[in-house]
Design a protein around this ligand. Structure first.
Ligand code: GLC
Length: 745
């Protein structure tokens, strides 16, 4: 053995213990979790599965509040919600550090569409079809909230919604699984940023698992009954996308699904989420949804509710106190196995380690960072851009829009022209000094027009009463103007949680006001603020220009002014079908054909149709106009048949035939003509956003593979089936070019 080798061998033997010690110090998170678990009593385990609302604000029915602070000091709490701000979170974390094992608290909050800077409602953002912008919106919300001591947002809400009577459509991404899945991914990535452990990363929470948006009658919290094929083909894909994007947590839902409340539903939480999808995060209940299994008639008391929820895979109990009051006994009674408690607590502790809270429980408590993010002008600019991209142009006869900034007299009429906090919409935080930060429609237009343009104003009517006493003044005001802008809609608290509406027409006498103003003969632009599709048929048929302006957040007025005067050419596309009547609901574009499909809206010859209303929606999924026009050539196929292991390309040329540059979202739909189960008449399978200068043309291509043709059959196998298919490409789900191809065996 030569000298050099011997010398190296000795060095290695001497160093070895240090290596082991070093390795021992570099414990894995799993080893760290196990070392904490070993020290925990059963009571402390259960404490981690317990979440209370803070004193800041309740987002659910207020329940009896025990002495939370003493429970924190005893380690009987794993998390709190609705606690915000560095000072408040620091104070409560201090209490957690007085507990025996000093396990840090998690602070959760509904950061749904912004924290300090409020972004457009999520459904409005979905209308942008712009994943980069949507991710950026969530990223800013994450940065601002994390700077305020929040660790965890109860978002994104990824519930597919086909029923606009349901108030929570405002919170999601609309009716389509493909668009909804892309948006779920964008929002999870936005909230979580570069990953947990960064001080600007929020844990995301995909909710509400599952099928909450299919509440019967569109009535919030109502039961859900559907085939497992519909569940897997329509309602689960956005949740799978969120899980695949790395969502740290899930929240189960209030509704029962096929007779079993989601909170106590092992099929959803254990078989699908933690089993088939191998989800490693944790599941929190919705507010008191564990306890609500009693009124559901699924548990006779909180003891049984805790038993069913824990066994079904619900890891944390928000606000029902069922876990903290019963789980210890349930384990001792042998009704809940300790290994299930261990699994739940491991999942919860893992997130606390990943966030870095064991290393530094006050990591997110930084006053300098909080102040920096409190009035970030860059965030406001990004919010305005997001708002512009969310505004849908529904009609623009004779190019009434965009308006000239030199217009001499503009009448601004309606109950929302000077609305302030309404612009923030549901699930937004009303900071004490918000009003001055919010740009109203009046503000935005006042800043936009020339000095010699005169703005006239009349409220005209209230949002939701029968008084027409303001009509006369509004009519007189309109008569003095060159153009009239009427801003109507539903109040921002008319959508959101527990805000289902059986009648989704424009509320009150607002449409009567529009008729009265229209009768003056002046050119009229109507802007509609809402968190859901509304019904406004007369307006849609008689007014020359209509913008759907949702609730657009802090910079609403500036974004609206940019669109009205052409500084932004509207490009948004509807993420939900707009019904002609509540009688059509549920209405969605990816319906089944039936055995007696109507040939068109006037076919009533023993077909599936209403005798008193056309079948088609007032405005279809994917619909939205531009100030310019786009023409589509016929579709070219690289081949008209493929084998399962092949791909092919479909393409067409889009031309901007108008006078203004503009953005178009070119949409690709596919139909499987014959299946082992009936298949939808169209399914969105791709889209591309292109920007074309006036007169410019661009070839748009999509590559199609068998993966675009898969679906869950009646055995819930995810398969494709050879046969005939149709391709549709167009500017929305109705106005499309068509081609056909065959998938060979
Ligand atoms: C609410 C909502 C849920 C929210 C939770 C906490 O009831 O259903 O979306 O995250 O309670 O506020």
């Amino acid at each position: 053995m030569n000298k050099k080798f011997f010398k190296n061998l000795c060095a290695l033997i001497i160093l070895m213990p240090q290596v082991f010690i070093c390795m021992a110090q570099k414990k894995t998170i799993e080893q760290k979790i196990d070392s904490v678990l070993k020290l925990m009593t059963l009571e402390e385990n259960v404490g981690q599965m317990n979440q209370y609302n803070g004193d800041w604000e309740a987002t659910g029915p207020i329940t009896k509040d025990g002495d939370k602070q003493s429970q924190i000091r005893k380690g009987m709490l794993g998390s709190m919600l609705n606690v915000t701000g560095v000072d408040h979170t620091h104070e409560l974390q201090e209490m957690a550090m007085q507990s025996r094992l000093k396990i840090p608290l998690l602070f959760g909050q509904d950061i749904i569409h912004g924290y300090r800077t409020i972004f457009p409602l999520p459904l409005a953002e979905a209308a942008s079809w712009d994943m980069e912008a949507i991710e950026s919106s969530a990223r800013i919300a994450g940065i601002e909230a994390a700077a305020a001591g929040v660790h965890w947002t109860f978002a994104p809400m990824v519930d597919i919604a086909r029923d606009p009577r349901w108030g929570r459509v405002m919170e999601g991404a609309g009716e389509d699984p493909y668009l909804g899945s892309l948006i779920a991914k964008a929002r999870v990535k936005g909230f979580q940023g570069k990953g947990l452990g960064n001080t600007d990363a929020l844990m995301a929470c995909a909710k509400h698992f599952a099928a909450y948006g299919a509440a019967i009658g569109g009535r919030d919290y109502n039961s859900v009954d559907m085939s497992l094929q519909t569940l897997w083909n329509i309602y689960l894909p956005p949740f799978k996308a969120a899980a695949d994007a790395g969502a740290a947590t899930f929240m189960n839902s209030f509704n029962s699904l096929n007779g079993i409340p989601a909170t106590g539903n092992a099929y959803l939480q254990r078989d699908i989420l933690k089993g088939r999808w191998n989800f490693k995060g944790f599941v929190v209940s919705d507010w008191n949804s564990v306890g609500e299994m009693i009124p559901h008639g699924f548990a006779k008391d909180n003891y049984e509710a805790a038993l069913k929820a824990a066994n079904a895979g619900c890891d944390m109990d928000m606000e029902s106190r069922s876990y903290i009051q019963n789980l210890v006994k349930l384990v001792k009674d042998g009704k809940v196995k300790m290994k299930l408690i261990d699994d739940a607590v491991k999942r919860i502790l893992k997130k606390k380690f990943e966030l870095g809270l064991f290393d530094d429980p006050f990591k997110f408590c930084n006053k300098v960072r909080e102040k920096q993010q409190w009035d970030n002008k860059e965030n406001l600019a990004i919010e305005k851009t997001m708002a512009e991209k969310s505004i849908v142009l529904l009609k623009n006869e004779n190019q009434l829009l965009p308006l000239s900034k030199q217009t001499k007299k503009i009448a601004l009429i309606g109950p929302f022209i000077k609305a302030v906090r309404d612009n923030l919409g549901f699930w937004s935080y009303q900071w004490p000094d918000d009003s001055s930060r919010i740009v109203t429609v009046w503000d935005g237009i006042s800043k936009k027009i020339n000095a010699d343009t005169k703005l006239l104003y009349a409220k005209g009517c209230n949002i939701n009463d029968s008084s027409t006493s303001g009509f006369a003044e509004a009519i007189e005001t309109a008569k003095q103007a060159d153009v009239v802008i009427i801003n109507v809609g539903e109040a921002s608290d008319m959508t959101g949680e527990a805000k289902s509406r059986s009648n989704i027409h424009l509320p009150g006498v607002q449409e009567e006001l529009i008729k009265a103003i229209q009768s003056t003969g002046k050119p009229v632009v109507v802007m509609i603020n809402a968190g859901r599709p509304l019904v406004f048929n007369w307006t849609a048929d008689n007014v020359p220009a209509i913008l759907y302006t949702w609730w657009l957040g802090t910079e609403a007025g500036d974004a609206i002014a940019d669109v009205l005067f052409g500084d932004y050419n509207p490009s948004a596309k509807l993420p939900m079908s707009f019904p002609r009547s509540e009688g059509q609901i549920p209405i969605y574009y990816n319906y089944y054909n039936t055995g007696r499909p109507a040939k068109n809206d006037s076919d009533l010859n023993y077909v599936s149709a209403y005798i008193d209303l056309p079948n088609s929606p007032k405005f279809p999924f994917g619909y939205g106009l531009s100030y310019t026009n786009f023409s589509y050539s016929d579709i070219q196929l690289s081949t008209n048949s493929i084998k399962p292991n092949q791909k092919f390309t479909v393409s067409l040329t889009v031309t901007n035939t108008g006078k203004l540059d503009g953005k178009e979202t070119v949409q690709l739909y596919i139909r499987d003509m014959v299946g082992s189960v009936v298949r939808p008449v169209k399914e969105l399978k791709g889209f591309q956003q292109i920007f074309l200068k006036a007169g410019e043309s661009k070839k748009v291509s999509f590559t199609i593979s068998v993966n675009d043709l898969k679906f869950y059959n009646d055995k819930l196998e995810y398969i494709y089936e050879p046969g005939d298919f149709k391709i549709f490409i167009g500017s929305n789900s109705r106005d499309v070019k068509e081609a056909a191809f065959e998938l060979l065996k």
